[in-house]
Design a protein around this ligand. Structure first.
Ligand SMILES: [Zn+2]
Ligand SMILES: [Zn+2]
Length: 216
């Protein structure tokens, strides 16, 4: 894979957010106590990014989401968070993907599917929002980050034992440096990323790790 770092960050942050949203949906369903009222209780249904569609999300948005419907019947922080997250997610998907063809996918799946076609700077915006929303939801639910630390391996850029794996889809992981001060220096950087990106947090495809030095 030769993806841009911003695209890799967007994908891994969206993947993490997708997991967090599923937990949040479970909590909303539990709080609403309304399984019998709202049939399937599923997550976001089929969705298509059409320019003529109202991009505001929310109650008027025809995404057919049973959980979203529940959030209008209860007044809890989780319901508020779910409603805000899904509205922004729909807006972001529509404005990022334009009229790219959609199949039977949720907004988050659609963003994940097309993220490699999104210009790097737009991917960086998606990555930032997804990271912020993921953090807010995980704080609300007391969930951990989902990242798995890699012991004994140093980051080739900052030389700290600060690497962790993070999911990027159902079968693949990437490696990120969790040191907030470790960002890419561009062409002169020694990070070994496929594409150097000045200022980006370091991220690598998992295959690179096996070539790195094990810390003493
Ligand atoms: Zn580092
Ligand atoms: Zn770098």
């Amino acid at each position: 894979m030769n993806a841009h770092p911003h695209s890799l960050h967007a994908a891994t942050n969206l993947w993490s957010l997708d997991t967090a949203l599923r937990h949040l949906a479970d909590r909303v369903r539990s709080e609403a106590g309304a399984r019998d009222i709202y049939g399937d209780g599923g997550t976001l249904q089929a969705w298509r990014p059409r320019p003529d569609r109202n991009p505001t999300g929310g109650h008027a948005d025809p995404i057919g989401d049973a959980v979203l419907g529940m959030t209008y019947r209860i007044d809890t922080p989780c319901a508020d968070r779910y409603r805000a997250a899904t509205a922004t997610l729909c807006w972001l998907a529509i404005h990022t993907l334009g009229d790219l063809p959609a199949e039977n996918r949720t907004p988050i799946q659609q963003l994940l599917h097309h993220i490699d076609m999104v210009p790097p700077q737009a991917a960086a915006e998606v990555a930032r929002w997804a990271a912020d929303e993921d953090r807010r939801i995980r704080e609300l639910l007391h969930l951990d980050t989902g990242q798995q630390p890699i012991p004994g391996v140093t980051c080739p850029a900052c030389s700290r034992v600060s690497l962790a794996t993070s999911g990027i889809n159902a079968t693949s992981t990437v490696v990120v440096c969790t040191n907030d001060l470790c960002t890419c220096l561009g062409d002169i950087c020694l990070c070994g990323m496929n594409i150097h990106a000045d200022g980006a947090r370091h991220i690598w495809t998992a295959a690179y790790v096996s070539t790195w030095k094990v810390a003493a």
